[in-house]
Design a protein around this ligand. Structure first.
Ligand SMILES: O=C(O)CCC(=O)C(=O)O
Length: 225
């Protein structure tokens, strides 16, 4: 697959959106495996729940764990795209969002190589990108004003964000049960939606596949110097 065929124009470099990156069958298997994970594998937050696979990223290094074969298969597919400077992706964050849930605008930060790859499962979602906050020190951010562009994410699609898009733009997902496709959605054509279209959110599960450069074999004593 030549990722350059899937470049999204109209935003900062570099964004790639690949519809139908995985099949419906693969999606069913992945969702089944995720929901078969034992209950303690889930970290429950107020507005979503998540699973970490490959280890728990930490500033002092991630204690790397082997990825299970059902997940490794897709991590290997992503590895073939050569997005991590010759390194192989080693971490998968699974996020589950029920209708009405989302994630506050944020940057992913320095624990990761500056490339995010996300496989989307279940429901669609719309991810928004905002200008960074650094130049407006004490203001309470008005995210409506800071919105620069959005991307529609269909189930089974792959999203790749790199470079300026990773480093400079905050990304977030609104806590809503219904999305209305706006002019800000820069990939509407390739994601098969039109401006004004209303879409009810279902449960979306995302697999964020990344490379954590700093790994360690020794146990980390969290909270100690
Ligand atoms: O679910 C997504 O696509 C976004 C996840 C995300 O931004 C994160 O976990 O930091």
């Amino acid at each position: 697959m030549d990722l350059s065929d899937y470049k999204v124009e109209g935003g900062p470099p570099s964004i790639f959106y690949v519809p139908n990156f995985i099949s419906e069958e693969d999606e069913t298997v992945l969702l089944a495996k995720i929901y078969q994970a034992p209950k303690p594998k889930w970290t429950v937050l107020t507005n979503r729940r998540l699973q970490n696979w490959g280890g728990l990223p930490h500033p002092r290094g991630m204690i790397a764990e082997k990825l299970p074969p059902w997940l490794k298969k897709y991590v290997d597919d992503i590895a073939e795209l050569n997005l991590f400077n010759g390194k192989l992706p080693n971490h998968v964050l699974v996020n589950e969002y029920r209708p009405g849930q989302g994630i506050m605008p944020h940057l992913d930060g320095s624990l990761f190589h500056p490339t995010i790859t996300t496989i989307n499962l279940g429901s669609h979602s719309i991810i928004n990108f905002y200008t960074p906050l650094s130049n407006v020190s004490k203001e309470v951010p008005d995210y409506k004003q800071r919105l620069r562009f959005s991307l529609m994410l269909e189930p089974r699609s792959l999203l790749v964000l790199q470079d300026e898009c990773y480093n400079n733009y905050l990304h977030g997902i609104d806590e809503t049960t219904k999305d209305v496709v706006s002019e800000s959605v820069i990939n509407s054509k390739s994601a098969h939606v039109t401006v004004g279209q209303e879409l009810d959110r279902g449960t979306r599960v995302s697999l964020t596949i990344r490379f954590v450069p700093r790994t360690t074999k020794a146990p980390i004593r969290i909270g100690r110097n």
